[in-house]
Design a protein around this ligand. Structure first.
Ligand code: ATP
Ligand code: TZE
Ligand code: MG
Length: 262
C-alpha cells in the first residue's frame, strides 16, 4: 500500500469540494483541512460548474438532501464527469429509507463515480441484497460482506469501501481489509462522513482510486486507534476533536508502524 500518498496529499493540498450534510459538515471540513487538503462546500446549483472547475475531487454525501439539492447534485456530478473530477459518493441511510435508495440509484444510473463508501446496510441495499439497516447505522444481516462489496463494485464499475469493524475495500476483483482496533468511531456521529471525505482528498491526488481508497481508510483507522490509545477513559464527546487533531499530526511512519491490513 502506498502510504506515502499522505505526504503527496500534504504537498499538493488539493481542493476537495463537498456536498455535505448539515449534521456533520463542520467535522467533515475540519477533517479535510487537518489531513492536508482544502475543503469547500456549496449548496447552490448556480455555482455548480465553477465549483467543479476549481476543485480536484467531489464528495457527495446524501445525508440530509432536499429536493432542491437533488438538482444541485445532478448538476455538480454531471460537470464532475465532464471535467474528469473523481466523485466519492456516501449513500447515507439508503438501506433504511426507500426514497433515498431510489434517488441514489437514479444518480448512479446517470453518472460515473470513482468510489462509493457506505456501511454494510447501505452497500447491501445498493447491491440489492437483503439486510436490516437501522437508520444511519449498519444494522443486522448475514450476507457475505465481501461478496456484497464486490457485487456493487462490479454493478457500478467503481471502487467500494464497506466500512465496519473491518473495512472492506474492493475494485470488484481484489479485496483489501483494514482492521479497526477501536470502536470509539461508532460513538462519534459522522465518522463515516469524515471517512468518505478523506477518501475524497486522496482521489484528488491519485488516479488509482483503489489505491487512494485503501490509503485513506488505513490512515483514518490508524488515527482513530492512536487517539483511543491516548485516551485515559474512552469518551464519545472528546473523540471527535482528538481525531481531527490526530489527522493533522499523523505521519507516514505512524501509519506504517500501527496500521493493520491485508
Ligand atoms: N464495529 C466497529 N468497530 C470499529 N470501527 C468501526 C466499527 N464500525 C465502523 N467503524 C469505523 O467507523 C468509521 C465509520 O464507519 P461506519 O461504518 O460507522 O460509517 P457510517 O455508518 O456511515 O457512520 P456515520 O453515520 O457516523 O457517518 C469507519 O472508519 C469504520 O472503519
Ligand atoms: C444523523 C444524521 N442524519 C442525517 S445525516 C446524519 C449524519 C450521519 O451521516
Ligand atoms: Mg454514514
Amino acid at each position: 500500500m502506498k502510504i506515502e500518498l499522505l505526504d503527496k496529499l500534504r504537498q499538493k493540498n488539493p481542493i476537495a469540494f463537498n456536498i455535505s450534510n448539515f449534521v456533520t459538515v463542520q467535522d467533515v471540513a475540519n477533517g479535510i483541512n487537518a489531513i492536508g487538503a482544502s475543503p469547500i462546500m456549496s449548496e447552490e446549483e448556480n455555482e455548480s460548474e465553477a465549483m467543479v472547475n476549481i476543485s480536484h475531487s467531489v464528495t457527495v454525501n446524501l445525508g440530509a438532501f432536499t429536493e432542491g439539492q437533488l438538482k444541485q447534485i445532478a448538476a455538480v456530478t454531471k460537470f464532475a464527469n465532464q471535467y474528469h473530477k473523481p466523485i466519492v459518493l456516501d449513500p447515507v441511510a439508503v438501506g433504511a429509507v426507500k426514497y433515498r435508495l431510489d434517488r441514489c440509484n437514479e444518480l448512479l444510473d446517470n453518472v460515473d463515480v470513482a468510489v462509493i463508501r457506505g456501511n454494510a446496510g447501505e452497500i447491501a441495499a445498493l447491491a440489492d441484497v437483503e439486510w436490516q439497516a437501522k437508520g444511519i447505522d449498519a444494522g443486522e444481516g448475514d450476507a457475505d460482506l465481501e461478496a456484497i462489496a464486490k457485487a456493487l463494485a462490479n454493478k457500478r464499475n467503481c471502487v467500494v469501501v464497506l466500512s465496519g469493524k473491518t473495512d472492506i475495500i474492493t475494485n470488484g476483483q481484489a479485496v483489501i481489509r483494514v482492521y479497526n482496533n477501536t470502536d470509539l468511531f461508532k460513538l462519534h456521529v459522522g465518522s463515516g462522513d469524515m471517512l468518505s471525505s478523506i477518501i475524497g482528498t486522496f482521489v484528488a491526488i491519485e488516479d488509482d482510486y483503489f489505491e487512494a481508497a485503501q490509503v485513506a481508510a488505513t490512515v483514518f483507522a490508524t488515527a482513530g486507534e492512536i487517539v483511543a490509545n491516548q485516551m485515559q477513559v474512552p469518551l464519545a464527546g472528546s473523540f471527535g476533536p482528538q481525531l481531527i487533531d490526530e489527522l493533522h499530526l499523523i505521519s507516514v511512519a505512524d501509519v506504517e508502524h500501527t496500521a493493520q491490513f491485508d
